[in-house]
Design a protein around this ligand. Structure first.
Ligand code: BGC
Length: 732
């Protein structure tokens, strides 16, 4: 009898326990449930205030970005949606996350974001340089490494890639994107989204990507930052939208709205762009974060009288998360109560943020597991990718009489402010990059030429200023050497955000140094490190060879030295035009045709650039065949394949990039003189011939897009172009 009673009691206890457990484990915490169900369930439990808090982003940790100085928020609410995480130690994150998981009513994890732009600790070349590699697969690998380093350090989300087409080198942020061409930005943007996000955002090694700055930020007037942009609907669609459309299709889970005012409606308050296109037409189901302070800046831009109105405008336009504005946390609930923001829109916004958190697996794994720095940073494979990318992004601009590679020399003078600099090689947005990780050009040369070539060093001058006291020492070194390598360029802080310049020339002192060194009568080889295209017209005349090395990141020194020695054959090609003079800006390859092609030129300078888009020399020579087409007349829906063969006719193995352009000479809307539609890079051994092909998608490649984003393909003649070859196709 006693036994029976005990059994009954036990089953009652078990039933109650299971019941209690069921009650305590809400659906949204059940990892086996589909994400949409979990999102709905969680949303249904949230109060208005809890919903609003999910839409705010504050900062955590020490912030050393000079443009975004803010006191770290000490008393972070447990219900906060997101934090920008400035530390590389996950402990602080885990502490804050613990508060969110345990102290907030619903235990919603915080999303930690950070600017991982060209690497996290393993800093890669700047994006503009990466594009010169024309190797998106390598860029994808680099982004995967950056994602892994970041996620293992407590970062779930990167504010990258920047895919703003940029045609004005005065704009400092030109360094952060993939250059002047929409297609190039689209291809590299997609590669980086794939690298960052992989196939499974929740595997502990991936981060959410963020396409930015949506949209048209690169069109900033006169190359100044944060200012007005005048972008016609036609240009919006054919120039600025394609990379974003491609990035959204590739699955980027977030976007950042842009600072710029677009034809009178700032990006942050732009309903057409944020809602009609992104959410309605492209069906994006992730969220949009504002840029830093951009919501409150709607006041400075003259479209909101106060922070409350700014919050209303940004939110109703389609910005779901408020980055460092304190507009949503202070005003959104009130706006909902007043009926100025609909509850439906609020719910939709919260769902978007939660969806991303679920996809990242944050509910299951809110904390970052502890790991040693050496387990996540600067791993041999990561460094190999960094070296490879630095190597492939170097562009040889000039090589008169085979001044390079250096042969038959026993003593070389290495001069210039960049020669021994490590910090400036990292460029802007170096995330957790450290100067001491970087191999300087001089160190690279020492490694390369040890026991072979004697190196002399003299700094010569600083990056700017007027102090020429080091010129004599530099000239003496140059005189006693067989060749002079002059390492010039820009300081890291001269490009990036809030770093516009009025000229693309290097400071006068650097040009003067080269003029002085020229007096030695030795071959002058310039290494140019910058975050923007440069005006090199005068320096070009003073030099025998020039290598554009950009800001190559931590691993540039060795491959650059390898190019100088001839161990490596340079293969980079420009992703942006280098003008003859800054006054030519805007100058870009895919411009529309003038009414008078024989007139309308500058009277004082040539009207062509010094180095055009796609330009870059090699130590070997390549011979192109004529373009072969699978058909010369096609109908819609037909397949069309174009091919060229390229023979390496020189004495060294080398990689060649083939750029495929199209041209529509007569159309309802005038079309650019040529547009890049495909590219391919292949290694070609000396004497060998390789075939390159382009499968033309008639609608996508020959067609055009109008000011409403509709694509058309008209009957008529089209051209396919490669280098100086072109062939005509007729579309019926
Ligand atoms: C920049 C963004 C960046 C954000 C967060 C802003 O000032 O424009 O590109 O992602 O700060 O650091």
């Amino acid at each position: 009898m006693k036994k029976k009673i005990t059994l009954i009691c036990l089953s009652i206890f078990l039933c109650t326990a299971t019941f209690a457990q069921k009650k305590e484990t809400p659906l949204y915490k059940d990892a086996k449930q589909p994400i949409e169900k979990r999102v709905d369930d969680l949303l249904s439990r949230m109060t208005l205030e809890e919903k609003v808090m999910q839409l705010n982003q504050f900062t955590l940790g020490r912030n050393d970005n000079a443009n975004n100085m803010a006191d770290p928020v000490n008393d972070i609410p447990a219900e906060i949606g997101s934090l920008i995480y400035f530390s590389s130690n996950p402990d602080l994150r885990n502490q804050v996350q613990k508060k969110a998981m345990e102290k907030s009513r619903l235990g919603i994890p915080v999303l930690f974001g950070y600017d991982v732009i060209h690497g996290y600790r393993t800093v890669y070349p700047i994006s503009l340089a990466q594009a010169c590699s024309w190797n998106p697969e390598l860029v994808k690998q680099a982004c995967a490494v950056a994602a892994q380093e970041a996620r293992m350090s407590g970062v779930d989300w990167t504010f990258s890639p920047m895919i703003d087409v940029a045609r004005d080198g005065r704009w400092g942020r030109v360094s952060e994107g993939y250059g002047e061409d929409p297609y190039t930005n689209a291809v590299f943007g997609v590669a980086s989204v794939q690298g960052y996000q992989g196939d499974d955002l929740s595997d502990g090694k991936k981060v959410a990507a963020c396409l930015k700055h949506y949209i048209g930020y690169g069109a900033s007037e006169a190359g100044r930052d944060y200012v007005y942009t005048e972008i016609s609907r036609q240009t919006l669609w054919d120039t600025y939208m394609p990379p974003y459309e491609a990035g959204v299709k590739a699955g980027a889970v977030t976007l950042m709205s842009s600072f710029n005012d677009i034809n009178g409606t700032p990006g942050t308050a732009n309903h057409y762009i944020l809602t009609e296109i992104l959410k309605e037409r492209w069906q994006h189901d992730g969220f949009v974060v504002s840029d830093w302070g951009a919501i409150q800046q709607l006041r400075s831009q003259g479209v909101a009288k106060d922070k409350k109105e700014a919050a209303m405008k940004a939110f109703n336009a389609g910005v779901e998360m408020d980055m460092m504005n304190q507009c949503y946390d202070n005003h959104l609930a009130e706006l909902v109560k007043e009926g100025k923001v609909s509850e439906e829109l609020l719910n939709d916004a919260v769902k978007r943020v939660l969806r991303v958190k679920f996809r990242l697996g944050l509910f299951e794994t809110p904390y970052t597991p502890a790991s040693k720095e050496k387990e996540r940073f600067l791993l041999p494979q990561s460094l190999k990718i960094a070296e490879q990318l630095a190597e492939e992004s170097v562009v040889m601009l000039k090589n008169n009489n085979n001044a390079l590679p250096l042969t038959g020399v026993s003593k070389v003078a290495v001069v210039g402010p960049m020669a021994k600099s490590n910090w400036h090689l990292l460029g802007s947005w170096r995330a957790q990059g450290k100067a001491e990780d970087a191999v300087t050009v001089f160190a690279g040369l020492e490694n390369e030429f040890k026991n072979k070539i004697q190196l002399l060093y003299a700094q010569g001058c600083d990056f700017d200023g007027e102090d020429k006291s080091g010129f004599d020492e530099a000239l003496t070194a140059a005189k006693s050497a067989d060749a002079v390598i002059v390492c010039l360029g820009e300081k890291a802080q001269w490009s990036g955000e809030n770093a516009s310049r009025s000229t693309l020339s290097l400071p006068q002192i650097q040009e003067d140094l080269v003029t002085e060194l020229k007096k030695a009568g030795k071959p002058v080889i310039l290494l140019l490190s910058s975050g923007r295209p440069l005006e090199l017209t005068r320096l070009e005349k003073l030099s025998n060879a020039m290598l554009q090395i950009w800001q190559p990141g931590i691993a540039g020194g060795n491959p650059i030295a390898g190019i100088l020695s001839g161990r490596i054959n340079p293969s980079g090609k420009l992703s942006i035009t280098f003008p003859y003079a800054t006054g030519q800006i805007p100058i870009y390859y895919n411009h529309r045709q003038s009414a008078r092609t024989h007139q309308g030129k500058y009277q004082d300078i040539p009207s062509t650039p010094l180095y055009e888009f796609g330009y870059g020399l090699s130590y070997t020579t390549f011979e192109y065949s004529d373009i072969k087409l699978s058909a010369h007349k096609v109908k819609r829906g037909d397949k069309l394949i174009a091919e060229v063969t390229v023979k390496n006719t020189g004495n060294m193995d080398g990689a060649e990039v083939v750029h495929w352009f199209v041209r529509d000479p007569v159309s309802t809307i005038s079309r650019p003189v040529k547009e890049l539609k495909h590219f391919e890079k292949q290694m070609i051994k000396k004497g060998e011939t390789k075939t390159f092909s382009f499968e033309v998608d008639l609608i996508q490649d020959f067609g055009f897009i109008d000011g409403e984003g509709k694509r058309f393909l008209e009957s008529g003649e089209y051209y396919v172009l490669v280098k100086d070859k072109k062939v005509m196709v007729e579309v019926e």
